[in-house]
Design a protein around this ligand. Structure first.
Ligand code: 2AM
Length: 171
């Protein structure tokens, strides 16, 4: 059964900007996430079969949330999760709104959304023991859509496939 998650998926231009930030990771810091895999998870859904997948897509298509900007200016790590991440300097109301609508769609089809507080972050390395928190030159990402992704275990780690993209409302 495919493992699904909703995500914010950077385009090539944003990915190139993120690549610069990855250079702030001290050499030998855990296992860097391949550039092509960088993303922000909105909601991890786990194993989902075809029927709820159809409902998820239908629900995603009804979401009405504004587009927004994220500015990443901070690199840090969570030792308990062994990941290093980039975090945005603030959380736009539009992201909170998007999350609320996604979670409500998930509940409507009987999925249990994660009840832990949502801390938007972009994982840049795994199996990290420690990395010093640093400010980085701000990276701007204009977010105009969200995606439903499938995650599979490949020979060299996680492989992701887009199952759908939905636009946010541009002002
Ligand atoms: P992370 O990068 O912040 O660790 C796809 O697996 C994505 O879902 C990952 O990027 C991961 O976010 C997130 N995720 C959240 N909970 C997860 C879980 N229980 N198992 C796997 N991935 C999870």
């Amino acid at each position: 059964m495919p493992r699904l998650f909703f995500a914010l998926w950077p385009d090539e231009e944003v990915r190139a900007r993120l690549a610069v930030a990855l250079e702030s990771l001290p050499p030998g810091t855990g296992r860097p996430v391949p550039l092509c895999n960088l993303h922000i998870t909105l909601a991890f859904l786990g194993d989902i079969n075809e029927d709820p997948q159809r409902s998820l897509r239908a629900g995603a298509a009804t979401i009405q949330a504004p587009a927004f900007d994220l500015v990443f200016s901070h690199l840090g790590c969570w030792p308990h999760a062994a990941v290093a991440w980039l975090a945005p300097e603030n959380i736009p109301l539009a992201l909170v709104e998007l999350m609320a609508q996604l979670q409500s769609q998930c509940r409507d089809i009987g999925l249990k959304p994660d009840t832990r507080p949502y801390h938007p972050h972009l994982t840049i390395a795994r199996k990290v023991r420690q990395v010093r928190d640093v400010n980085i030159a701000p990276i701007h990402w204009q977010i105009c859509s969200f995606s439903l992704m499938e995650s599979a275990r490949g020979r060299t780690g996680s492989e992701y496939r887009a199952l759908g993209h939905w636009p946010l409302i541009s002002s």
